[in-house]
Design a protein around this ligand. Structure first.
Ligand SMILES: NC(=O)c1ccc[n+]([C@@H]2O[C@H](COP(=O)([O-])OP(=O)(O)OC[C@H]3O[C@@H](n4cnc5c(N)ncnc54)[C@H](OP(=O)(O)O)[C@@H]3O)[C@@H](O)[C@H]2O)c1
Length: 304
């Protein structure tokens, strides 16, 4: 049987790198080829770039892991805001149009930031979005553009608090600060759920290989914590894995005490029940996933 083709955009992002790293050992490898494109090879903001990269190929599924993710920088200037909308709204729209013409399925990654954070229980997929800030608004616009251009062949997978071994993210920033500072202060009144890119990638493989599902889905690792709780756990796991020599004081602070250009949702836990039902999957506890990522970072440090 000939293999199907899965196209990955944004291959150099943290999710893109994780997908490529896991690919060869994943069951999907038996029935799909992976064609991974970074921004230079396929710029999603440019329809001609998409055509140059993909025309002539029989593409079955596209995973769009490309995004403008500089949440605070997006607030800094009109130029940056324009870039956020180009990448997060027009980019997915361009991909959806290409997918529509090619009869391909599009799996597009979105974010908990589409919600305003005023809820007190996990957001179901049909909760009313109310994005605050440029990045959040551009991501919601991207969801809407994709659903409009490709209504019957789209999965939008919203995830929260992404991290991995790769590139920059909260876990790696905390490990650096915990290793170099005498104390740190971390926000304790924003509640969410971390998402390790490894189980997220495995879910994406599952979705790509399945014919099931359409529309909006939610994903994160299991549990709900504050950024302060996350930092404390990162320190404990960092010490256990030998990445950190000793503990330093971590002070819980409020959002009001830590100003950022872009507002963050105070509560952004996502209800995964539709995803777990349609794709027969179960999220693992966030702490187990954190331990795996920190152990991998420690193993890599030892080999350098
Ligand atoms: N990070 C989080 O905490 C978080 C939370 C929830 C949801 N998400 C969503 O999860 C997805 C993956 O995020 P991530 O953390 O893996 O992002 P990331 O590490 O910032 O990666 C995004 C990638 O997209 C590339 N890119 C930017 N503009 C592009 C363009 N015009 N064409 C093609 N590629 C382009 C970037 O390249 P350059 O770096 O060269 O610009 C980068 O390699 C995104 O949709 C994001 O919105 C992220």
């Amino acid at each position: 049987m000939s293999k199907k083709t899965l196209v990955l955009t944004g291959a150099n992002g943290q999710l893109g790198k994780t997908i490529q790293k896991l690919w060869d050992a994943a069951p999907i490898h038996d029935c799909f080829h992976l064609l991974a494109f970074d921004k230079q090879q396929l710029d999603i903001t440019d329809p001609q770039s998409i055509q140059r990269a993909l025309n002539g190929l029989k593409v079955d599924v596209i995973i769009n892991a490309a995004a403008y993710t500089a949440v605070d920088a997006a607030e800094e200037s009109e130029v940056n805001a324009g870039l956020a909308f180009a990448v997060n709204e027009r980019g997915p729209k361009n991909l959806a149009r290409w997918a529509q013409a090619a009869d391909a399925r599009l799996i597009h990654i979105s974010t908990d930031f589409v919600f305003d954070g005023t809820a007190a229980s996990p957001y179901p997929t049909d909760a009313r979005p109310n994005p605050r800030g440029v990045y959040a608004t551009s991501k919601l616009a991207g969801e809407q553009a994709v659903l409009e251009a490709l209504p019957n062949n789209t999965i939008i997978l919203r995830a929260s608090w992404l991290y991995s071994q790769y590139n920059g993210n909260f876990v790696k920033t905390m490990l650096r600060l915990l290793a170099t500072r005498d104390s740190i202060a971390v926000v304790d009144d924003q509640i969410g759920a971390p998402t390790s890119t490894r189980p997220l990638s495995e879910l994406l493989f599952n979705i790509a290989a399945s014919e099931n599902g359409n529309g909006i889905y939610h994903w994160s690792d299991d549990g709900s914590i504050s950024w302060y709780d996350f930092a404390v756990a990162i320190q404990e796991e960092g010490i256990a894995a030998g990445l950190l020599a000793h503990s330093i004081p971590i002070e819980p602070i409020t959002t009001a005490e830590y100003s950022t250009l872009a507002a963050r949702p105070a509560f952004s836990v996502l209800d995964r029940s539709r995803t777990e039902a349609d794709f027969a999957c179960t999220a693992m506890p966030w702490r187990e996933q954190l331990k795996l990522v920190i152990q991998d970072l420690a193993d890599r440090e030892q080999t350098h």
